[in-house]
Design a protein around this ligand. Sequence first.
Ligand SMILES: *[C@@H]1O[C@H](CO)[C@@H](O)[C@H](O)[C@H]1NC(C)=O
Ligand SMILES: *[C@@H]1O[C@H](CO)[C@@H](O)[C@H](O)[C@H]1NC(C)=O
Ligand SMILES: *[C@@H]1O[C@H](CO)[C@@H](O)[C@H](O)[C@H]1NC(C)=O
Length: 344
Amino acid sequence: MAVASFFNNFTFISFFLLSLSCISTFAFNGSTLSFDDAYSPLFGDENGNIVRSSDGKTVRLLLDSHTGSGFISSSPYSYGFFGASIKLPSYYTAGIVVAFYTSNGDIFEKTHDELDFEFLGNIDGKPWRVQTNLYGNGSTSRGREERYQMWFDPSKEFHRYSILWTPNNIIFSIDDVPIREVVHNDAMGRDYPSKPMSIYATIWDASSWATAGGRYKVNYKYAPFVSEYTDLVLQGCAVDPIQQVLSANCSGKEADMSNADHAVITPERRVAMQKFRERYMTYSYCYDLRRYPVPPPECVIVPSEQKLFKDTGRKLRFRSHHQRQSKRRSELPVAKISDGQAAM
Ligand SMILES: *[C@@H]1O[C@H](CO)[C@@H](O)[C@H](O)[C@H]1NC(C)=O
Ligand SMILES: *[C@@H]1O[C@H](CO)[C@@H](O)[C@H](O)[C@H]1NC(C)=O
Ligand SMILES: *[C@@H]1O[C@H](CO)[C@@H](O)[C@H](O)[C@H]1NC(C)=O
C-alpha cells in the first residue's frame, strides 16, 4: 500500500512537471549558440580539458588530477536570460563542484555581483545536490543559499538549467520549472545584483567542503570527470567588456526582458514551483533563524513551506527517492517528525 501510494504520488508529480514544461514556452527557441560564438575558454584549455564537439554546439569540461576547467561568456550582460543543458559526471563524484553562474568578480573585486547554480558531487550511489545563491555589491557575508535534491539523476541525461535576471526579479529554473524566484525589493539595496555580469561554467576540485563538509575528497582514480554542456542560450543586453561595463545603456532591452514570457511566473508555474520547493528543497536561508533571526527582506515566508523546516533552515525530514519508496508513510513530508530523522 505504502509503495503504491508513493508511486501514484510520484507519478503525479512527474507528470505534472512534465506537462507543465510542455505548455510553457520558457524561451529556448531553438536559437541556441555554438560554443565559440557564445563563450571563450577560461582555464583548463591548455591541458586539453575543454573539448568541443565537431558541430561546435556541445562542449565538455574535464577535471583531472592536473586541473579543472571552465569557460566564460564572450561579453558581460546587463540583465538577461542564460541557459544551458548540462549533464553531470557520474559514479563517484565526491568533492567535485560543477557551477553555472553569473559574476563580475573579475572587474569588481570587492563589490561583485553573482547568481549561482552549484552542483555538489557525492559518493557513489548518493545523489548530486544543487544549490542556488546570490550576492550583490560584494555581500559575501550575507549568503542566500537554498539547497535542493533533484527529481532525476542529473548524470544520466541532459537537463536544462536557466537563470533569468531582470531589474524586477531573478528566476532559477530546471527543465523550465521555476524553482526559485527572488523579487527585487528596495530594502535589499545593492544586495540585488545590478552591474553587468559574465556567464561562467566550471568544474573544479572542492574537496575541502563539497561533500559531507570535506569528509569525502575527489578520488582521481575515477578521473577524468566530465560535465557536458549544450543548448547554450544567452539573451540580453551584451555590454562591451572593457569600455562599457559602467555605462551600458540597455534601458529598452530591460523593459523587453521584464515583459518576456519567461520573466513572468504564471499561476500554473507558481503551483509547480511551490510543489517543487515543498518536496525537494532541503535548506533555505530564509528559514535559518539561527543565522538570520530576522529573515532578509526578499524572503517570502510561505507557511506550508516553513512548517517543513527546522530553525536551522534544514528540512525536518528529507528522504531520497529510494528511501521514500520503501518507507513512505504519508502523502507529503509533515511537520510532526523528530529532529533526529533529518538528513544532511
Ligand atoms: C523566439 O520565437 C518567437 C516566435 O517564433 C520569435 O518571435 C522570437 O523573436 C524568437 N526569439 C529569439 C530570441 O529568437
Ligand atoms: C557597495 O559596497 C561598497 C563596499 O562595501 C560600499 O562602500 C558601497 O557604499 C556600496 N554601494 C552601494 C550603492 O550600496
Ligand atoms: C538610453 O537609451 C534610451 C533610448 O534607447 C534613451 O532615451 C536614454 O536617454 C539613454 N540613456 C542614457 C543615459 O544614455
